[in-house]
Write a protein that binds this ligand. Structure first.
Ligand SMILES: N[C@@H](CCC(=O)N[C@@H](CS)C(=O)NCC(=O)O)C(=O)O
Length: 213
């Protein structure tokens, strides 16, 4: 049995990668304290102090079991292996592959291309928005096609998996930060609406995090 010694999550309320880990911790009922790293205004991720926590100077980072872990998917995988219940992974190789297709599409195909850290590399806000909206829409279209093959009540069948943990924060970003019309992607849209009613996504929603501050 793992004895919990108070996990600390370094995160930002609006960060989709932070939301992934917050949701995994919540689903697995692991108590944690969230410490805010302001990645937008104060840009605290760029300090040397934070660099000693996460060499990539990004959120999230999780201190747990006397270790500091970075990269949201590595963190979630660690939690899956050390705290297997409830499982966030389907029980057949094919469904696991379906889950990973969805995760990769979000984690590698969308999120890095809309990350706030890219902004300063564009001459205007307009150019950044155009770039980011293009890649977000293209990724959402991919997700819609993939999800038509895998979805039940949730992204992969009827069990909440890591795919759902990746999907919800990304769709939230698409709507709230980039004003995309996600109803153009009906399967994504329907799943998102269903998932938002789940307690885990209500409790870990950026608005709930902000309200607690
Ligand atoms: N692959 C990383 C991506 C981390 C990442 O891009 N985090 C964003 C917030 S979602 C961030 O900290 N951006 C600030 C920056 O790049 O300066 C993960 O999944 O943890």
């Amino acid at each position: 049995m793992v004895v919990e010694k108070g996990a600390v999550l370094y995160a930002y309320w609006m960060s989709s990668c932070s939301w992934r880990v917050r949701a995994a911790l919540t689903l697995k009922k692991i108590p944690f304290e969230e410490r805010s790293v302001d990645i937008v205004k104060a840009r605290n991720q760029l300090t040397e102090e934070y660099r000693s926590i996460n060499p990539a100077q990004k959120v999230p980072a999780l201190c747990i079991d006397d270790a500091v872990l970075v990269e949201s998917m590595a963190i979630i995988q660690y939690l899956e292996e050390t705290r297997p219940a409830p499982s966030l992974t389907p029980n057949t190789p094919l469904l696991r592959a379906r889950m990973r297709e969805i995760c990769e599409t979000v984690v590698a195909g969308i999120q890095p291309l809309q990350n706030v850290g890219l902004k300063s590399h564009f001459e205007t806000e307009d150019q950044f928005q155009k770039f980011t909206r293009y890649w977000s829409e293209r990724g959402l279209k991919t997700l819609d096609d993939l999800l038509r093959k895998s979805a039940g009540k949730y992204c992969v069948g009827d069990q909440i998996t890591i795919a759902d943990i990746c999907l919800v924060p990304q769709v939230f970003n698409a709507i709230s930060r980039y004003s995309l019309d996600v109803t153009k992607f009906p399967t994504v849209s329907k799943l998102y609406e269903t998932l938002l009613t789940e307690r885990v996504f209500q409790e870990t929603h950026p608005k709930s995090v902000r309200a607690k501050k």
